[in-house]
Structures are given as structure tokens and as C-alpha cells.
Design a protein around this ligand. Structure first.
Ligand SMILES: CC/C=C\C/C=C\C/C=C\C/C=C\C/C=C\CCCC(=O)SCCNC(=O)CCNC(=O)[C@H](O)C(C)(C)COP(=O)(O)OP(=O)(O)OC[C@H]1O[C@@H](n2cnc3c(N)ncnc32)[C@H](O)[C@@H]1OP(=O)(O)O
Ligand SMILES: Cc1cc2nc3c(=O)[nH]c(=O)nc-3n(C[C@H](O)[C@H](O)[C@H](O)COP(=O)(O)OP(=O)(O)OC[C@H]3O[C@@H](n4cnc5c(N)ncnc54)[C@H](O)[C@@H]3O)c2cc1C
Length: 602
């Protein structure tokens, strides 16, 4: 087991190799990110590519982009995104680091005024990054203009030592063995560090040579644009991580046999047990659902970014709500699913050689980084409340809230489901999800004046986001899908995804009158039939993810199914097995055993 320092050095070697190849091969950002995934290490390239570069692209002027991105693309500098502080993470407007303009020298003085203003968490800050985009309170002419981004050099490009006034280090070990422990999330304190005025990212606002603050004609929320970008990438990553865990658990479930042998015959595959299917197949369906909604979200983000280029800011609120909501719902579901997949694999799911503990450790933080999932869903709730009030005043909603325009029908409609088969009708499913989401949002809006409940808002936001995921799955199935029988399998998975949500959130659907108890039990009956129908193709549906054994990194999820030999072989690789008599026997065990043996002979 590598020590943290060895793990860090090993990852730094991999990352430096990846960066070198990125430059030599002139990889695009997309290709560099794929390389990142191949390395599959929470590593330095993430923050450089995923946040430092996008922050400069989104908040820097053309001139600043030209200057800094040229160096960043060539890895002449390595950047991170330094926003979170010891005392504030979710509340960005509460950040305390200051950037005070000094007109006498045309500089900003960057300072950490309190302990809680220490920058804390930025990936790569601790030991690797030479530069950072630092978020700080801009103060000029004695007035505090709130949070803005500044490019700062942190370390010498000659010997990597921290620059004067900068105290910098790693925040210490984190959850899990490999995972984030290979990443140097850092702490940084600034003691009146001076930077040139032109290192304030000036696309959204400027400070003139005289110190006058000038706000551009773009929404101040563009300051948050980098986070919107990363949130949409995280949805795709969640679907990837979930599909890896499901691939391992389904393949292992097909190999593992326990009980059920008749007259000495073979035992039963655990994947044939109904309890195993009802726990695992919703995750299989979710893996496909999150992949499809992730593809749509990438399109939405690209569309919004193009609109921003032509100063059309109309879809910015929708982009924020969708990226925040989908990041929250998919990462929470993925973390829960990976943990359940460990349990679905029994004891072997807890072995590092299963690949599942590492997968869990790397992806659990996604529920927190890039925005705490609860805080983000409350942002969606805020967006929904605004939309409900706009509908009430006659404004037609568009995009993912367009369904709210059908308020007359959706507030009183009854589900058309009368038979088990009716639950196969996508239109019936979509209407039930629209009615639930709308009624929960309206109930929340009506109660908000009486007693604002975060809980109600949170649940209405979940209902809205789940509607988006179900809708995008249904829309995907309206496209031409290649492969004999593939569309039919995906239709079953779409049914499983939607009906398992009805089962899980039946209280919502009943309390809002969207379904009756009988319709709810018909949904459960339909779900059980779908599990049985998917079982024969379950292994094919995970093979379709096309993961190599290397990428999957699991003795349980091997393509050839040779699980027991792989487990046995992996066990002997453990350093503890380098000697048959363990270190410590002579000092600790032998004296005890000898002493006790002697006593027993007295
Ligand atoms: C390393 C990993 C390796 C392998 C794992 C696999 C995959 C990983 C893949 C990719 C990821 C790579 C690396 C990730 C790893 C680590 C990186 C993590 C980096 C970070 O965590 S960076 C810091 C993230 N921090 C946050 O997200 C902070 C969250 N808080 C906020 O966003 C805000 O504080 C707020 C939105 C909660 C509140 O904002 P506010 O105080 O301004 O207040 P309001 O609520 O009043 O909003 C005002 C107004 O603005 C609108 N708004 C808010 N946000 C946005 C936005 N982003 N875009 C557009 N509009 C926004 C809001 O709706 C209000 O509008 P209204 O009209 O007035 O209602
Ligand atoms: C692995 C990892 C990598 C990271 N990398 C970076 C990075 O590179 N750069 C960077 O800047 N940051 C980074 N972060 C920090 C991350 O962005 C923050 O941790 C995140 O934004 C959450 O903020 P917080 O930690 O202050 O939590 P808090 O906001 O303090 O949340 C704590 C609890 O309070 C609840 N809560 C907070 N506000 C509310 C509210 N209004 N209503 C209801 N409940 C509320 C939350 O739901 C949560 O349960 C990283 C974090 C991790 C774990």
C-alpha cells in the first residue's frame, strides 16, 4: 500500500506524462479530458483543464485569454480554481479574501484577513499548481463590490517555491485509500500579495486605472459560469461511474451462485433472485437514463454558451437550474447506487480488488464538490417558484418548465392507467410525472407565503428534475436506434426507471392525487414483470458499456467471468503476503504464545 507521498508522486508522474502527451499530440480539451478519464485518477489535470482554463475563457477579456490560455494549453503554467475558503463554500457571496485596488501602484492587494478566509480545498493547490484563479471581494475607492476572479501566480516557475506573502500546503488525507488522496487539495493564506490590475478577470467588470468600478452589460451570474460548465460534465461522469458499478454487480450476479440446488444440481445465480433484481435493475436503468440526460445537458450547455456569445442571456436561468438540479440528482443517486452495488456483491464487494470501494470513494465527493447537492436543489426550487408566479401572471413558460403552461389540465387530471399494460404507455408515464412536479411546485408556492419550507421546495425540485430525466429518456426512444432489438430493451429500461421512481416516491404521487393506490400497485406489478423481461439481457446491457477490464479495474466484473481465480490471484499481491510469518510476530505474538504455553504446563 503506497504511502500518501508515494501515491502523490506516482500520480504526479502519470499526470505529467498525460500533459506531455497532450501537448505533443496537440490534443483538444475534449481529448485531454478523455485522457484524464483513462488515467482515472482524481488528478491535477482536472482542475487545470476543467476549471482554471474555463474560468479564464468565461471571465477573461480576449486579451487576457490570449495571454494566459496560450501558456495554460502548453502547460507552461498549471492552474487551479481557488474559490472555497475554510469558512465558506456554498455561500460564495460570503467569501472573505479581499482584493483591494491601490491606485498609487495600479495593483490589487490580495489578502486573507481572517483564518476562515484561508483558501481551502482547491484541487492541486497544495503542491502542484503554479497559478490560480482566486475569488475575492473586490474593494476599490473604499467600496466592496463583491466577489470577482483574479489570476494569481502562486509559485516560482524556476524552483516551484511559493512566492513572497503566500503560505501554501496540502489540507491532509481524505476519504478512501487511493482516490482523492492522490490529489493535493490545498490551503492558502495571502499576506498582502500585490498583483497587477490587469490580472483581474475583466470580462464581467473592470476597474479603471483611476480605480473606478465599471460593470459590463452582462449578468453578474456569469461569475458562476465555470461552475455551470463543470456541473454539466459531472452529470456525464456520474452516468459513467454508475454504469461501471452496475457492470461489475450485474456480471458478478451472473457468476455468483448461492443456494437453490436441486438433487445435487447447480446452485442458483444470485441475479435470478427477485430481491437482487429489484435492487440492481433500477440502477441499470438509471445508468442509461443519466447517460441520455447527460447528452441532452451537454447540448443545452452548448446552446446557452452560443447564445451568450450573441448576448442572449434568456436561457441562463434554465441552464443554471438544469445543471444544478441534474448534478445534484445524478450524483446523489450514483453514490447511493455504488454503495448498494458493494452490498449486492456480498463480502467480495468490500475488497479493493472488486473496484467498488475506490469507485465509491472517488464519486461520493461529487455530492458536495461543485455545489452541495441540497444547496443546488434549493436553487432549483427558487427557479420553480419564480416560474409558478410567472405562470400565474399569464407568462407562458418555456424549455424544461413548458409543462407548467398546461396548468389547467395537469392540476386536475387523473391518470388514465387502468391495467398493468397501461403503465407501458410513455404518454401516461410522462403525464403522471408532469402532474406530480407541477402540483408539488404549486403547493410549495402556495405555502411559501405561510411558512416557507425548504423541505417542500427541495422535494418539488427533485420531482422537477426526475421529470426531466424521464422525459429525455422517452424522447431518446423516439429517435432511430440502431441494432436489432435494442430499442425494445431500452423501452423496458425506460419503464423500469420511471416506475421505480413511482414506487420510491409513491407518497408524492398519492398525496398530490396523481395516481390512486390501485394504480400504484399496478405500477409495482408492471415493474416486477419488467425485471423478469430484462434479466435475460442484463449481461448484454452492461457489456454494451464496452468497458475494458483495465478501465473497470474489478476482479468481480471481468469480461471473462473468471472471478474466483482473479480474486485469489489479487489476494497474494497484497504486501502483507510478502512473508508467510508476519512482521511483528517475533516482537508481539511469540512472547505471548510462549508465555501462555509455559503457564499452561505449570
Ligand atoms: C477529480 C475527479 C476525478 C475523477 C472523478 C470523476 C469525475 C469528475 C469529473 C469532472 C469534475 C472534475 C473535477 C471536479 C473535482 C473537483 C472540483 C470541485 C471544484 C469546486 O468544488 S469549485 C467550488 C464549487 N462551489 C460551489 O458550487 C458553490 C455553490 N454556491 C453557489 O453556486 C452560490 O453561492 C449559490 C448559487 C448557492 C448562491 O448564489 P448567490 O449568493 O449569488 O445567491 P442567490 O441564490 O441569491 O442567486 C442570485 C441569482 O443568481 C442566480 N444564479 C445563482 N447561481 C447561478 C449560476 N451558476 N448561473 C446562473 N445564475 C445563477 C440565481 O438563480 C438568482 O437568480 P434570481 O433571478 O435572482 O432568482
Ligand atoms: C473532493 C473535493 C474537491 C474540491 N475541490 C474544490 C476546488 O477545486 N475548488 C474550490 O473552490 N472548492 C473545492 N471544493 C469545495 C467544495 O466546492 C465545497 O465543499 C462545496 O461547495 C460545499 O461547500 P461547504 O463545504 O462550505 O459546505 P456547506 O455549505 O457548509 O454545507 C454543509 C451542510 O450545510 C448545508 N447547508 C448549507 N447551506 C444551506 C442552506 N442555505 N440551506 C440548507 N442547508 C444548507 C449543506 O446542505 C450541508 O449539509 C472541493 C470539495 C471536495 C470535497
Amino acid at each position: 500500500m503506497l504511502s500518501r507521498k508515494e501515491l502523490f508522486k506516482d500520480t504526479l508522474k502519470k499526470a505529467a506524462h498525460a500533459w506531455k502527451r497532450t501537448v505533443e499530440l496537440h490534443l483538444t480539451e475534449e481529448e485531454a479530458n478523455l485522457l484524464r478519464l483513462y488515467i482515472d485518477q482524481p488528478g491535477y489535470v482536472d482542475l487545470h483543464w476543467v476549471m482554471f482554463v474555463p474560468a479564464i475563457k468565461g471571465q477573461g477579456t480576449e486579451e487576457q485569454q490570449k495571454k494566459w490560455l496560450t501558456m495554460a494549453y502548453k502547460f507552461q503554467i498549471i492552474g487551479t480554481y481557488a474559490q472555497t475558503e475554510l469558512g465558506h463554500g456554498s455561500n460564495v457571496q460570503g467569501l472573505e479574501t479581499t482584493a483591494t485596488f491601490d491606485p498609487s501602484t495600479d495593483e490589487f492587494i490580495m489578502h486573507s484577513p481572517t483564518l476562515t478566509s484561508s483558501k481551502w480545498w482547491p484541487g492541486g493547490l497544495g503542491k502542484t499548481s503554479t497559478h490560480a484563479v482566486v475569488y475575492a471581494r473586490l474593494i476599490t475607492e473604499g467600496k466592496d463590490y463583491g466577489i470577482h476572479g483574479f489570476i494569481m501566480q502562486l509559485r516560482s516557475l524556476d524552483d516551484h517555491s511559493p512566492l513572497p506573502g503566500i503560505t501554501i500546503g496540502d489540507i491532509g488525507g481524505k476519504f478512501g485509500s487511493g482516490a482523492y488522496n492522490s490529489m493535493d487539495n490545498g490551503v492558502m493564506r495571502l499576506d498582502h500579495v500585490r498583483i497587477p490590475r490587469d490580472q483581474m478577470l475583466m470580462r464581467l467588470a473592470q476597474v479603471t486605472r483611476e480605480g473606478k468600478y465599471v460593470h459590463s452589460d452582462v449578468p453578474k451570474q456569469l461569475l458562476y459560469g465555470t461552475m455551470v460548465y463543470v456541473r454539466q460534465t459531472i452529470v456525464a461522469d456520474a452516468s459513467r461511474a454508475l454504469s461501471r458499478a452496475v457492470c461489475i454487480a450485474v456480471r458478478y450476479g451472473a457468476i455468483r451462485k448461492q443456494f437453490g440446488s436441486k438433487a445435487g444440481g447447480p446452485e442458483t445465480q444470485v441475479l435470478n433472485y427477485k430481491t437482487q433484481q429489484s435492487r440492481l435493475f433500477p440502477f441499470l436503468a438509471s445508468a442509461y437514463a443519466f447517460r441520455f440526460v447527460g447528452q441532452w445537458l451537454k447540448w443545452l450547455y452548448t446552446d446557452v454558451t452560443q447564445k451568450l456569445e450573441s448576448k442572449d442571456f434568456s436561457t441562463l436561468p434554465e441552464a443554471h437550474a438544469c445543471t444544478a438540479g441534474l448534478k445534484s440528482v445524478t450524483t446523489s443517486a450514483t453514490a447511493d447506487a455504488i454503495e448498494e452495488c458493494q452490498k449486492l456483491c456480498g463480502g467480495h464487494g468490500y475488497l479493493n480488488s472488486s473496484g467498488l470501494p475506490e469507485l465509491f470513494a472517488v464519486n461520493l465527493p461529487a455530492c458536495t464538490y461543485e455545489g452541495d447537492n441540497v444547496v443546488l436543489l434549493l436553487q432549483v426550487a427558487r427557479f420553480l417558484m419564480k416560474t409558478v408566479s410567472q405562470v400565474a401572471s399569464g407568462k407562458q413558460p418555456v424549455g424544461t418548465t413548458a409543462y407548467m403552461g398546461n396548468i389547467q389540465h395537469l392540476m386536475q387530471c387523473k391518470s388514465v392507467v387502468n391495467t398493468v399494460e397501461d403503465w407501458l404507455n410513455p404518454a401516461a408515464i410522462k403525464e403522471v410525472f408532469e402532474a406530480r412536479a407541477l402540483r408539488m411546485a404549486v403547493n410549495c408556492a402556495q405555502n411559501i407565503s405561510k411558512a416557507p419550507s425548504q423541505e417542500e421546495g427541495f422535494e418539488a425540485a427533485v420531482a422537477h428534475v426526475q421529470l426531466i430525466i424521464v422525459t429525455k429518456f422517452i424522447e431518446k426512444l423516439q429517435e432511430d436506434i440502431l441494432g436489432h432489438g435494442v430499442k425494445e430493451q431500452l423501452q423496458k429500461l425506460c419503464g423500469i426507471y420511471a416506475l421505480h421512481l413511482i414506487h420510491k416516491h409513491l407518497g408524492d404521487f398519492l398525496s398530490t392525487g396523481c395516481v390512486t393506490a390501485r394504480q400504484g400497485s399496478l405500477a409495482n406489478e408492471r415493474l416486477g414483470k419488467l425485471y423478469a423481461q430484462v434479466r435475460p439481457n442484463a449481461v448484454a446491457l452492461v457489456d454494451a458499456f464496452d468497458y475494458t477490464d483495465h478501465y473497470l479495474g474489478s476482479a468481480l466484473g471481468r469480461y471473462d467471468g473468471d472471478v474466483y481465480s482473479a480474486l485469489y490471484k489479487e489476494a497474494w499481491k497484497d504486501p502483507l503476503n510478502e512473508t508467510v510469518v508476519p512482521d511483528g510476530y517475533q516482537e508481539h505474538l511469540r512472547p505471548l504464545l510462549k508465555q501462555q504455553l509455559k503457564l499452561s504446563r505449570l
